[in-house]
Write a protein that binds this ligand. Structure first.
Ligand SMILES: Cc1ncc(COP(=O)(O)O)c(C=O)c1O
Length: 401
């Protein structure tokens, strides 16, 4: 193959700045609001909450901090049961462990790669005393949030939507982040828009958001001196960071459009070439933000590759022996030789050495998440990648089969 490695790395998803961010930063400097409060923080909260159709937002230091406060506000304490999506980034579930909760992991459905609502019902039948349910919208694809909202509401259990990856996505006309009792956003550097790092807790309930802001400011009571009645955190977002977020929010729709273009181009070209793989799926009634394009290599191709080469022996000490297929690792390695970033699908939590002590509720027969983890791969989805560059990435992938 006559392809030279890219001089500049092609990233999975890197920040795309537009210049307007500087206007808000400059304003903070001009007014000397270089602090974890100020006009940018107030406006960013209003703008992001209004975009998602949530009543209120608390701007925080990270999406993880937002999840932590959501768990606390949902009443999760030591020993509380929390029903979590199994295939996700560890940040979805770590804050429940900060609270010493008892996690219960639920397998995904094939149609969205997110928590299966039927298995959620099964989990709640087994654990009707659960204190919270936390599905995620992986790679920008909405979970079946409306169904899960109904399930949780009928049982009076708070639903926390981990929409860290899905700002700009929607399901049946409702924006991600607004489902359930709490939504959380992340503005980490690799997200669809970034503030360099940060997050937001969303809720329709103003009193809950006020309480979150209070907890995020060391739970300092309204006294002339430092009075504390409960545990607090230093979780507020800075006014500079919020300024970047405000500038980025102006370009969210454009970012979503570009991400969708990338996804569709992969889908079209892969099918034209006839590669034995499919794209990460979404429900017909969903409008994803296409944050990351992903592929699932056909099972027979993975089976044949793994029969020839047992890659799991290269990683001793790995729990369960389940790892990405030899063909998936080959694609990753080849892309990396050409200076292109790719990434395996989130390794299911029930396979993680740190988390495998918790209960896992999987599909009977084959576990969907183990299969997706074995056959899936996230592809470069950076909106600064040109179509020509993407075509080269596609040619490199095709050469691996
Ligand atoms: C699914 C998911 N949940 C939570 C987080 C945590 O967000 P943050 O990095 O802002 O803490 C992230 C991203 O990093 C994520 O991808």
């Amino acid at each position: 193959m006559d392809i030279k490695p890219f001089e500049k790395k092609i990233f999975l998803s890197s920040p795309t700045m537009h210049g307007e961010e500087m206007k808000y930063i400059q304003d903070a400097f001009d007014k000397n609001w270089v602090a974890p409060l100020g006009e940018n923080v107030d406006c960013f909260e209003k703008e992001a909450a209004s975009f998602t159709g949530s009543g209120h937002g608390a701007a925080l230091a990270s999406g993880t901090a937002a999840l932590h406060l959501a768990f606390r506000l949902a009443g999760v304490t030591a020993g509380s049961k929390v029903i979590c999506q199994d295939m996700t980034f560890s940040a979805t579930v770590n804050p429940a462990v900060y609270q010493d909760a008892e996690l219960i992991f639920v397998d995904s459905e094939r149609e969205t790669w997110n928590m299966d609502p039927e298995l959620l019902e099964e989990a709640l039948e087994r654990h009707p005393d659960a204190k919270a349910v936390v599905p995620a919208d992986l790679y920008g694809t909405p979970a079946r949030l409306d169904e899960m909202e109904d399930i949780c509401r009928s049982r009076g259990i708070p639903l926390i939507e981990d929409s860290a990856e899905s700002l700009g996505s929607s399901l049946k006309g409702r924006k991600c982040g607004c489902f359930g009792d709490f939504g959380i956003l992340s503005f980490n550097g690799n997200k669809i828009i970034t503030s360099s790092g940060g997050g937001m807790l969303l809720s329709d309930d103003e009193s809950v958001i006020k309480k979150a802001r209070f907890m995020a400011t060391q739970a300092r009571e309204a006294y002339p001196w430092y009075e504390h009645r409960e545990l607090g955190y230093n979780y507020r977002m800075s006014n500079i960071v919020a300024g970047i977020g405000r500038g980025q929010l102006l370009h969210l729709a454009e970012h979503v459009k570009e991400k969708e273009r990338i996804y569709r181009h992969y889908a079209e070209r892969f099918s034209e070439i006839g590669l034995p793989l499919s794209m990460n799926p979404y429900a017909p009634e969903a409008r994803p933000n296409f944050w990351l394009s992903g592929i699932l290599v056909n099972k027979d191709v993975c089976d044949a590759a793994d029969e020839k080469e047992d890659v799991s022996k290269d990683y001793p000490g790995m729990l369960s022996g389940i790892c990405p297929s030899a063909i998936v690792l080959r694609i990753m390695k080849t892309l990396s030789e050409y200076n292109v970033e790719s990434r395996p699908i989130w390794k299911p939590m029930h396979l993680q050495p740190f988390y495998n002590r918790y209960e896992f509720i999987g599909h009977h027969g084959e576990t969907v998440n183990e299969d997706i983890f074995r056959r899936g791969l996230c592809l470069p989805s950076d909106i600064k990648m040109t179509e020509e560059q993407q075509d080269t990435v596609i040619d490199i992938i095709a050469s691996c089969f």
